[in-house]
Structure formats: C-alpha cells, structure tokens
Design a protein around this ligand. Structure first.
Ligand SMILES: *Cc1c(COP(=O)(O)O)cnc(C)c1O
Length: 371
C-alpha cells in the first residue's frame, strides 16, 4: 500500500482551481485589449468552477463587470461582491422580475422590445443587446427604432450596446466581419454609446473587435480562445481521480455495460472513481484516456455514472495501487484534448464537472501583479 495515496478527506476525486492562473489570464486579456476594459462572464457558476471564488479573485485582479446568464445567478452573486462591482444579466429578466432586480442593483441586458418596455418604467441603467446575425438574443433590427425611442422617452441610461459573435473561435469564418460591420452600422444610431462585443475568441480576431469593453469566459478559465491555434492562456483546472479497483482479465473478457469492450489479450484493468455524473461524458466510452506516470491509459468500455475502466496493462507491475491518482486534466491532457475525445467543446467539459470532487482553490498572489 502506497501511504502517500491515502487521502484523509475520504475523497476519490480532486479538482484544483488555480485562482492565480485565473487572475493571470484576466491580466493577459486586459493588457491585450487596452484601452478597452476587460469584463468577465461568470455564468453557469463560472463555467462550473465556482462563481463566488472565481468572481472574488477576478475582482482582486481589477475586474469590475460580471456577466451571469440568469437572474437567480445574479441574486446569489450580488452579496458576494463589493458594491462597485456591476452584475449584468445576459438573458435579461422575465416579466415581473424587474422591481426585485432593480432593488438588488442588477443590470439587465435588454434583448427584445418587450424587455425594453418592461424595464423602461424604472428609468434605471441597462444594456441593450442588438442581434447582429446570431438570431438568438438581441433586439432585431426592425424593432430597433422603436426600442431606441422607448429608451429615450423613459430616460433609461444605456451603459453600452452589446452583441455576440457566433463564430469567433474561427478567424477564417466570414461571419465575424459581417457581424462587426453590422454592429458598427447599428451602433451609429446610438451616437456616443459604448460597445461591448468580443467574447474570448473575438479578442483574438484583432483590435477592430475590441471597442470599449470585451467580455470573456472560456479564456479566463484556461480554454483555448481560437480553435487549432496555440493556447496563450494558463491552465486553471486540474483534475485527478482515484483508482478504486484493479484486476487482471483474461483474453475475451467483456468490460462494462453492454460488453462494448472485449479484451484482446490478458489485460490489467483499473476502475477509476468518476463517471458521467462527474463530467466524464458518456461519449468518452471506448475513447479518450487518463494519464498515470506519463503513460496514457485508454478508456475501455462504457463510461458509467460513477466510474470508468481503463487499460493499465502498459504500466510496470505494482506502480499503480488502490488509491493511486490518475490525471484527467493536467500537464498531459488539456481541456481541449478531453473535449475532442468526447466530441464536444471545452465549455461543456467544464460545466459538466459537477459537485462530487474535493475542490481546492489555489489562492491568488495577494500583490495582485505578475512576476
Ligand atoms: C457565454 C457568453 C460569453 C462568453 O463567451 P466565451 O466564448 O466563453 O468567452 C460572452 N457573451 C455572451 C452573450 C455569452 O453568452
């Protein structure tokens, strides 16, 4: 028995969130977009990493503007941040939630003429989202004139105009420049109003996309902002999971649900204590791998809810024991690697991690600067 493998917390999975790397990523993006102001997207519990600790670390690094998707996310985050932090609700408010949101000092993104009307009665600050080609949220061009008049009449202060890029991770996609041109044309109707346009990928499309404010999620969390390009961000997340069972199988033995893997020869199988309920998506069945002592151990058989099985035959005898920790995310395997193997994107890997891992937050450097 390897004594160092004993974990006194009783945990069998360890998620480490490096808030110093997060702060470095914020500072890297902020310096890249200057004189624009870098803001943070902390929706979906900061992509699964914990909206409160993540937002606090970003605040310490200088961030003052935070985007969540839903009103209830904003309600949770509001008391955790100092009063000079602004919290924006990307999806806007459901009819009837306006007064309560106003009381909490939340700032809605107005995505439709109806949301504009419902908020205008309060004459409080808001953000207006324009649809520049994604057809998801944002006031459609044909309703923009009416929205503008409504806001002017009510005396609603517009903090900035917003829109979202549909293809920002792909610089070769002509939709980017089309959306940029559309944004410029529409914004001309709002003279002097600031613009918040670029997400993580948009920042790396060039200075033309930066405007007054930029708005990043995935790059802060270490994900690659541009597909197929070297990732300039520091990794924020590391994930290790314990070995909970080891056995030697003979050739011709079925492994896992529905017996989708049958051993071709004598095989040492390790069962690892995380499954699809922990973000190891079921699409990783018979695909992808974990790492142990710089060796790649392929996932064999179906991913279960609470475990996966890997082929550990390549390891020298007795190097892996009960309680050994394998790497899922770390120096050998990036978020993008796991996402590719799972047939998805880094965003979905992060937001699927779940709440069963023992979490460690590495605290940021209190001096708040690099070096
Ligand atoms: C999620 C989201 C973002 C963040 O995008 P990233 O690609 O993670 O940087 C920005 N803006 C809107 C409207 C979003 O929904």
């Amino acid at each position: 028995m390897d004594i160092s493998a004993i974990d006194m917390t009783g945990a069998t999975g360890w998620l480490t969130i490096d808030l110093e790397a997060l702060a470095d990523n914020y500072r890297l993006l902020a310096s890249r977009v200057v004189p624009a102001r870098q803001t943070a997207v902390v929706k979906a519990d900061a992509y699964g990493l914990g909206a409160v600790p993540v937002s606090n670390a970003l605040y310490q690094a200088g961030c003052r503007d935070f985007f969540v998707a839903q009103y209830l996310e904003a309600v949770t985050l509001r008391p955790a941040l100092p009063a000079d932090a602004r919290i924006f609700v990307l999806n806007g408010l459901q009819p009837g939630a306006e007064a309560r949101a106003a009381e909490l000092g939340l700032i809605p993104v107005l995505n439709s003429l109806e949301q504009v009307r419902n908020w205008s009665a309060l004459a409080l600050p808001a953000v207006l989202q324009l649809d520049t080609g994604m057809s998801r949220l944002g006031v459609p061009t044909e309703e923009l004139q009416a929205a503008r008049e409504e806001l002017a009449q009510a005396g609603t202060p517009l903090l900035f105009l917003m829109s979202h890029l549909a293809s920002a991770d792909d610089p070769a996609n002509s939709q980017n420049v089309e959306q940029l041109n559309r944004m410029r044309n529409l914004a001309a109707e709002f003279p002097g109003c600031d613009i918040c346009f670029a997400n993580s990928g948009g920042i790396f499309l060039g200075d033309d996309y930066h405007h007054a404010l930029t708005r990043s999620g995935i790059a802060l969390y270490g994900g690659a902002p541009t597909e197929g390009r070297p990732n300039p961000m520091r990794p924020v997340v590391a994930l290790e999971v314990a070995v909970i069972h080891l056995r030697n199988l003979e050739a011709g033995t079925a492994v896992g649900y529905s017996g989708t893997h049958v051993t071709a020869g004598p095989t040492r199988v390790a069962t690892i204590a995380a499954g699809y309920a922990d973000g190891l998506l079921r699409s990783l069945s018979n695909r992808g791998a974990v790492w142990f002592q710089s060796r790649r151990l392929p996932i064999i058989g179906r991913v279960s809810m609470d475990s996966i099985t890997v082929d550990a035959s390549a390891l020298p005898e007795d190097t892996m024991t009960l309680g050994s920790r394998v790497e899922i995310l770390g120096p050998h395997q990036t978020l993008e690697d796991v996402a590719r193997d799972a047939g998805t994107i880094s965003y979905e890997i992060l937001t699927s991690l779940g709440h069963r891992y023992h979490r460690t937050y590495l605290q940021p450097n209190p001096r708040g600067n690099t070096s």
